[in-house]
Design a protein around this ligand. Sequence first.
Ligand SMILES: NC(=O)c1ccc[n+]([C@@H]2O[C@H](COP(=O)([O-])OP(=O)(O)OC[C@H]3O[C@@H](n4cnc5c(N)ncnc54)[C@H](OP(=O)(O)O)[C@@H]3O)[C@@H](O)[C@H]2O)c1
Length: 256
Amino acid sequence: MNRILIIGGTGSIGRLVATRMAELGHRPRVLTRDPAHAQLSLPAAVELTAGSLADPTALRTAVQGIDAVVMTHGAPYGSDDYAAVDYGAVPAVLDALDGHRVPVVLMSSIGVTATGGPSRELLDWKRRGERLLRASGLPHTIVRPGWFDAGNGPLQRVDLRQGDRIEYGPVRRDHVAETIVQALLTESATGRTVEVFSVDGPAVTDWPGAFRAAEPDRPGDLDGARDRPGPHLRTEPERVRADLRHLAPTLPDTEI
Ligand SMILES: NC(=O)c1ccc[n+]([C@@H]2O[C@H](COP(=O)([O-])OP(=O)(O)OC[C@H]3O[C@@H](n4cnc5c(N)ncnc54)[C@H](OP(=O)(O)O)[C@@H]3O)[C@@H](O)[C@H]2O)c1
């Protein structure tokens, strides 16, 4: 039985992850700014820890005794908080972990490696979070969902892809959550970046095989295994470079 910290565990995906982990006998712990509200939508077996990502003390409390971290957080669409929340959660959690090596499953998004488009700022910050997590050297799985508009309809099969080549593809929220849960439970998910969609076909039963079919991220590489190369770090915001110097000590200074 593992204690799993879920950042974003009150959200539309995170609450499915927390509920499923509790059903499987694990001990999910959810960080939330509003525990009174959170307890209305989460089972009693889910532990709540109060705080914001902007509060290092709350985060240090939240990571006490944990065996894994799931990150499904996100700032409201159209807000000014992508740098602080969508990206900022990653350095904040790594900082709170203070070298404690636990697996981290990060939910990001399809489209992070593309250019242009109306969500560019959000997606660029999400990509920076992905890159920092890979560079940290912690065991990671990065899950990039398609668009959350497949309802719970007839698409039964989770389809894992790589390379971020699909500009649009629907996914069921429960499929995103199940992929994250399986990433926590499946050794072959470690060190991989996958996109997740819902398609026609029989449900996945061989999760180790599904993750094994994905190419692992190359150790030391900031980008996912089949991604287009990302921007050079010298063109990135100083905040991102400072986080890399602090939280990715094996990355050569010459690259930052
Ligand atoms: N919509 C799509 O089609 C689509 C596709 C791919 C990816 N995504 C990504 O999915 C994410 C949204 O997922 P969702 O729908 O599950 O989330 P959501 O329902 O919008 O919930 C957001 C979560 O983030 C947490 N959060 C936000 N700011 C926080 C802060 N300062 N400190 C601590 N926690 C904070 C919230 O916690 P509390 O409020 O409890 O504190 C809540 O649990 C977005 O980032 C989006 O980019 C969406």
